[in-house]
Design a protein around this ligand. Structure first.
Ligand SMILES: Nc1ncnc2c1ncn2[C@@H]1O[C@H](COP(=O)(O)OP(=O)(O)O)[C@@H](O)[C@H]1O
Ligand SMILES: [Mg+2]
Length: 285
């Protein structure tokens, strides 16, 4: 299920005196079954962009195509039901997404909404909660009594429960400890194996290099790069400064080494590559 943006412009409050233009001529493509990461400094339009994928926002002009669904300014609210069924979304602030009295009811909401009976919805919810690592002891608790990381997992289970073809996650690693982050990356890879199309927003370049097939860089509401993580992270360091982006940790470290007078033969993007390159450097001396 391919996702395509064609010349998408978006303004909050379009048509009012307070209109704020946020996305400018956004054209891009995300492949079926691939993992796409979206990066860019705060305020560059990442969250606004991804909310077009499930029709929460509609382009002010231009078109978004999700499989055979065409989303434009003219799309009617009731047509969006089919799109919402295809696209599961985990928002940047999961506490805004949760609403039910208990964790289990929250996660059952989407399957119930899309036509499962109560028993089937419960079984789907239990499966999703287990998959994202929410312990059974929490299922009858209020989602609002959970920690930030747990809330995020519940929101994620809610997005996965109805088995959508596309999963969009807005900064899913925020609020997770290192173990939780590792589990999240494994989940993303597992979703890809199941044939899902995954889109995630991240500030962690190590996550991007680790799992993404494609990376899209947003800058001031425009797409400033659409490429592979490998190509991107080998760009000139000044470009990253301009975009206010970091390199993956290994790349940052090699930049530091270079300043200290130790130049590696190329820029490492993972810690393993960094170790290899340092080894070679030592063997040369
Ligand atoms: N609901 C909204 N109403 C008006 N402006 C908004 C709203 N949400 C975001 N914005 C503005 O749109 C711009 C892009 O925001 P956002 O898409 O949240 O960026 P990012 O996710 O990259 O941080 C920012 O200038 C932000 O202030
Ligand atoms: Mg955001």
């Amino acid at each position: 299920m391919a996702i395509k943006f064609e010349q998408v412009n978006f303004s909050y409050g379009a048509g009012t005196t307070l209109a704020q233009s946020v996305l400018h001529h956004v054209s891009l493509e995300m492949k079926t079954g691939a993992i796409t990461a979206i990066i860019g400094q705060t305020g560059s339009g990442k969250s606004t962009l991804v909310q077009h994928i499930n029709g929460l926002l509609k382009p002010t002009s231009g078109k978004v195509t999700i499989d055979d669904f065409e989303l434009t300014s003219k799309t009617k609210e009731k047509e969006l039901v089919t799109l919402r069924q295809k696209v599961g979304m985990v928002f940047q602030f999961p506490e805004n997404q949760l609403f039910a009295n208990t964790v289990i009811e929250d996660v059952m909401y989407a399957p119930l909404n899309f036509g499962s009976n109560k028993e089937a919805a419960r079984s789907l919810a239990e499966k999703a909660l287990t998959r994202v690592g929410v312990a059974e002891s929490l299922w009858m608790k209020s989602p609002f009594d959970l920690s930030g990381g747990q809330m995020r997992r519940v929101a994620m289970a809610g997005a996965l429960a109805s088995d959508p073809e596309v999963i969009v996650m807005d900064e899913p690693a925020a609020g997770l400890d290192p173990k939780g982050q590792k589990e999240l990356l494994n989940l993303v890879l597992e979703l890809k194996k199941l044939g899902k199309t995954v889109v995630f927003i991240s500030h962690q370049m190590d996550h991007v290099i680790h799992v993404a097939d494609k990376v899209i860089v947003m800058h001031d509401g425009e797409v400033s790069a659409e490429t592979t993580p490998q190509e991107l992270f080998n760009r000139d360091i000044n470009w990253f400064k301009e975009m206010r982006l970091d390199l993956p940790k290994a790349g940052q470290f090699s930049e530091k080494l270079e300043k200290a007078g130790i130049k590696l033969s190329r820029r490492p993007l993972t810690v393993d590559e960094l170790a290899d390159l340092i080894n070679k450097e030592i063997d040369h001396e």
